[in-house]
Design a protein around this ligand. Sequence first.
Ligand code: PHE
Length: 509
Amino acid sequence: MSADNSLAEDILKLLDKRQKLNSLSLSNELSIDHQRLVGAIKSLQSIGELIRCQQTETKRLDLTQEGRHIADNGSHEAIVFNAVPAGDDGGIEQSLLMKIIGNPSVAKLGFSKAMSQKWIAIDKSSNKSIVKRNVQSIEDEVQVLLKKIGSLTIDEVSDQQKQDLKKRKLIQEVVVKSYDIEKGDNFTLNIVKQETDLTAEMISKNTWKDKQFKDYNFDAMGIAPDRGHLHPLLKVREQFRQIFLEMGFSEMPTNRFVESSFWNFDALFVPQKHPARDLQDTFFLADPANCTQLPVEYMEKVRSVHSSGDFGSQGYQYDWKTEETQKNVLRTHTTAVSARMLYQLAQECQRDGKPFKAAKLFSIDRVFRNETLDATHLAEFHQIEGVVADVGVTLGDLMGLIQEFFLKLGIKRLRFKPTYNPYTEPSMEVYSYHDGLKKWVEIGNSGVFRPEMLLPMGLPPNVNVLGWGLGLERPTMIKYGIDNIRDLCGHKVDLQMVYDNPVCILENH
Ligand code: PHE
C-alpha cells in the first residue's frame, strides 16, 4: 500500500472518531505537508460519497522577508537603542552611531522610531549632536509580536498593529485554502480499490460484478498528440509567404548559401573595393575558395561597366579583377538570388528570342554577415525580398507596392527616406510609426535597380526593376515578445518556447 493510501486511511479513522476535520489544522497536527494532505483528501473524495468536502478560505498573517529578519534580530529601533552606550556619561555622536549600524535604511528608520518612542534623545549641549539613552531598558514589542505572529489568528492582532506592521512591510496577509471534511453517506473505514478499466479477465471470470469502478472524469485534459513543432521563424515566414502569394508573386529558388562574389556583389554593381566586401563584414570560403563557373560573356559586360563605364554610365574607373569576382562567400543578402533571376529573365528574351515577360518574384531565406554578436544581431539571419520587373514601372509603383505589402501586416503609417545602395537609384529606407515606442522605426530598404546592373544582363532598356527587402527576425521577435535574439536562434533556444508558441496570425491578414 502506498504511503498516501495509508494517509487516506488515517484520515478516515480520525474522521470516524471526530466527525469533522479541517485539512489545515490536521496538517499542523500531523506535521504533514498541507498539499500532500489535500491530495489524499481528493483521492478519498473521488470515491463516491465516502466523505463530504467543502473548501474554505482563511486569512493568515505571514512575515515578509524583512519581517522575518526583525523577528530574528530585533526591530530597527531596538538595534539603534542597543547601539547607544548606556550610563549617564554614555552617548555617542550621531554620525558615528549611524556608521556603526552600517545599513543606512535600518539606521535612519530605527533612529526616527527610537526618537518618537522617546527611547533616545539628542544632547546638543556640546557643539556636537550626542545621542543618549533616555530610558534604562526597552521592550522590543515589534520583535515580540512578529515572533508569535505565525501562531496567531488574524483576529488576535489588533487593527492598529496590523496597519502599522503592514505599512512597515513586515507582514502580509495571505489567504490559505483548506478543506472542511465530514463523513459521507457511504462512509467506511475500508477503502475498496476502484477499478479504472473493465478487463477481458473480469468479464470471463465474472468478477466485474463485485468490483467498484472509478467514475470517468470528463473534465480531464486530453493527451496532446505527439507531433512536430514549427520554429517561430518558420511560422512568421509562412505568413509573409502567404502575403506575397496573395499579391501574385512567385518564390525564387534560394537554396544556395554559398555564392560567388560575382553574383553577390559584382552583378549588383558593388565595386570590388566596397567596404561590405571586407573580411570584417563578409564570410569568405576557404574551400572551395573560388567559383570557376561564371557566365563569361556577361561577366565581361560587368567588367566593362565597372572598370571603364558602359551604357551611358562612366562606371567606377578601376581595375576590375576576375580573381576578386571568383571568391566564394556566404551570401550576404538574398539580392544575389534576385540578380540570378533577373539575368535568367534577360536570357529568356535575348537568347531564346521570347518577348520580355514581366515578373513578380519574392524570396525569404537565410543570409550571413560577419557581425559583432549582440542581443539583436546574429551572424546569420533571414531576409524577405520582393522584386518586380516590368516595362515602365516607377518609383511611385514601388511606394504603392510597399504600402500594400505592409498594410497586409497591419502596418499603416509609412515614411520613405532617401538612402544609398550601390545597386539601386533612387533608394529608400522604409520607416513605420511604432505605437509602443512612439517613434518612427526602420523596417526595410528598397529601390529601383540601376541600369548599370540591368543593362549588362541584357534586359530591354525600357524595363525597370523595383525591389525591397526586410529582415524576418525583427517582426518575429515582436510578434512572439522575444527581446533577445539568442532566445530565438542558436544553442540557447528553449525548446519549450518552440513547443508552446501558437501559430502566427498577423493582424489584418
Ligand atoms: N539587399 C538590401 C539589404 O540587404 C535590401 C534591398 C533589396 C534593397 C532590394 C533594395 C532592393 O538591405
